[in-house]
Design a protein around this ligand. Structure first.
Ligand SMILES: O=C([O-])CC(=O)C(=O)O
Ligand SMILES: [Mg+2]
Length: 225
């Protein structure tokens, strides 16, 4: 068996579940999944205000080589998020507006790139959201093999093909395929609960009272003077 594979068919999270996750956003979804799934924050959005969720199409590339992103395009289905890693650290500009145009033509809603991105202005103008480690004009080649739709590890998380990826201004969260539906329900309940808290805080109620933290402060030996 080859070390390098393109897996053409993956199971995907249902569209209504993905929409629910996108509506809730990364921080709420992460809390709702027991504070799991958050990527370490080295990957930043190149735009402001984008909030997406999609099933992961994963791509493992040789550093400085975007061949496998091209190979991944035909596996993309509408609503997918393309998650790209390199087999050793790289900040080269592996993706720009041309590849984004190609991915979008096949339905990708955004890219998570543990490497560099370029054509940042054009990508923002296109409204195609990207989260990346760096913005860099450094070009890449198309020469080395890699894999599409294999498990990848990036920013402290394992991403299996078809897992739900949520990304927004706060960062990126992965929810395993098997938990996505349950997590969206928990996230929605959390948001409903936050609405009531927000109202009380807006009215001036103190967190130390609302969360009944005064006994804890006392127990911890915090003195009021
Ligand atoms: O073509 C490349 O290698 C990356 C790029 O700039 C683009 O996708 O527009
Ligand atoms: Mg370009």
């Amino acid at each position: 068996m080859s070390r390098h594979v393109v897996v053409q068919h993956i199971d995907r999270v249902a569209a209504d579940v993905l929409k629910g996750l996108a509506d809730e956003g990364t921080s709420t979804v992460h809390e709702a999944d027991g504070r799991r799934g958050a990527f370490t924050p080295e990957l930043r959005p190149i735009q402001s205000g984008a909030r997406i969720a999609g099933s992961a199409v994963t791509v493992s590339c040789h550093p400085g080589d975007n061949l496998m992103i091209h190979a991944a395009v035909e596996t993309v289905r509408p609503g997918d998020v393309v998650v790209v890693t390199t087999t050793s650290p790289s900040t080269d500009g592996m993706l720009g507006d041309l590849l984004a145009t190609s991915l979008r033509a096949h339905g990708a809603v955004g890219v998570i790139l543990d490497a560099g991105v370029r054509d940042a202005a054009e990508l923002r103008e296109m409204g195609f959201p990207v989260w990346a480690r760096a913005i860099s004009p450094q070009g890449t080649v198309k020469a080395s093999p890699g894999s599409v739709n294999v498990p990848v590890v990036l920013c402290g998380q394992v991403v299996e093909p078809g897992d739900a990826i949520v990304a927004d201004d706060d960062g990126i969260v992965v929810i395993p395929f098997s938990r996505a539906e349950a997590v969206v329900k928990k996230a929605q309940a959390r948001t409903a609960n936050e609405a009531a808290k927000r109202e009380r805080l807006a009215a001036g109620e103190l967190g130390v009272d609302m969360y009944q933290l005064r006994p804890l402060l006392e127990q911890l030996g915090v003195e009021y003077r």
